[in-house]
Design a protein around this ligand. Structure first.
Ligand code: NAD
Length: 348
């Protein structure tokens, strides 16, 4: 039988939930999700000024704090029952290949926040890890074998970003083993959807290619530049599946301190993605390939055997369906920006 989100664990609807990185894509969606679940005390935190948050959820305590500092983490953790760490300096391949130091420095957030969580006596601590923690040697072929949890070791993670994730996972595991704090670790595989970054250099492939399609429709210039040869493959998880999965993983007794894949296993090549964009936009694009652009590993997919066995569920929104919703949302943002309205997720 499948577990339902927010299993009847010790968490009550008036317990304080803290969400770090709440001004960003997934943290913002998670804040809204918990509020819709009826939680009345949510503290949302991000280092960005409030006007730059992708979502501001009414009735939520929203704080602007840089969580790479210990004092700020202590303030964040005060009185919390659960902490969700979704704060990181990150972006798509264009960002993580170019700014490895920034990615590595996110270790400061997790190091200080997990210690503050422990000192504050929280019940559970969630860490947002990534498929970039996996051994890159296993991802050299676009026809990939899907990655299972044990494939992170022997370790050869993505330089910078992936190693930070792997090290932070270890922090979670040792806080559980040595100090008895419950931790949850999900390895996200490419998350996309409305209210995510769609412009500015940190956006990922579904948003970037949707935007390029929208620009082509708007300008009448149907030439599109694609990063890499277009054969590289990925799986993409819709945001609604992501937040539901975070909830289930955090509240499963079977997954304490145990990294688990949270991703779709529908494998898509970048060329296929472009074809979907063409279908949605109703145009034919003239493709050119930028072989010098950042393209990441050749192929990556999520093996969902473990999550299905433990939770009886896996992310299941069909990619085409999620992409259509994402495209529609970005299209609206694009029009709003043209009309001079603020669009925080487009100005990252
Ligand atoms: P995002 O960039 O939209 O959100 C991250 C937020 O963290 C940003 O709003 C940023 O301002 C904030 N932040 C950065 N440094 C901070 C600091 N020192 N103190 C406080 N806040 C800080 O990214 P996202 O897509 O929402 O990702 C959330 C988490 O999920 C990250 O840990 C990311 O590495 C992980 N993840 C995301 C994906 C994906 O496809 N989006 C894939 C794998 C893992």
């Amino acid at each position: 039988m499948s577990e339902q989100p927010i299993a009847a664990t010790s968490i009550q609807k008036d317990d304080l939930i803290v969400i770090a990185g709440a001004g960003g894509f997934i943290g913002g969606a998670l804040t809204r999700y918990f509020q819709e679940q009826g939680f009345t005390r949510i503290r949302a935190i991000d280092k960005k000024p409030l006007y730059k948050w992708y979502q501001r959820v009414a009735g939520v305590e929203s704080l602007c704090l840089d969580l790479s500092y210990r004092d700020n983490c202590q303030r964040a953790a005060e009185g919390a029952k659960e902490i969700y760490n979704l704060a990181a300096d990150m972006g798509g391949m264009g960002f993580i290949e170019k700014f490895r130091v920034e990615c590595l420095r996110s270790i400061l957030i997790n190091t200080n926040l997990i210690e503050a969580a422990y000192q504050a006596g929280v019940d559970r601590y969630f860490f947002a890890s990534s498929a970039c923690a996996y051994n890159t040697d296993l991802q050299k072929d676009p026809n990939v074998r899907a990655l299972k949890e044990s494939d992170a070791f022997p370790a050869m993670a993505e330089r910078g970003y992936g190693w930070e994730k792997l090290m932070s996972e270890m922090f979670c595991q040792e806080y559980t083993a040595e100090r008895g704090m419950k931790t949850a670790i999900a390895r996200f595989h490419n998350v996309y959807g409305p209210r995510g970054t769609w412009d500015g250099g940190r956006e990922k492939a579904p948003a970037a290619l949707s935007r390029k399609g929208i620009e082509a429709v708007d300008s009448g210039n149907h030439q599109i530049s694609i990063w890499g040869d277009g054969h590289q493959t990925r799986s993409f998880m819709y945001i609604d599946d992501c937040v539901k999965g975070i909830d289930m993983i955090m509240h499963s007794e079977k997954l304490n301190a145990t990294p688990v894949n949270l991703g779709s296993n529908e494998l898509i090549s970048i060329n296929q993605l472009v074809s979907y964009v063409e279908e949605i936009a109703g145009i034919k694009l003239e493709r050119s390939y930028d072989l010098d652009a950042p393209k990441g590993v050749a192929g990556r997919n999520s093996d969902n055997t473990f999550i299905k066995a433990t939770l009886g569920w896996e992310p299941n929104t069909p990619f085409k369906e999620g992409l259509a919703k994402t495209y529609a949302w970005i299209s609206q943002q694009y029009q709003d920006r043209k009309a001079g309205k603020p669009t925080p997720a487009g100005d990252a």
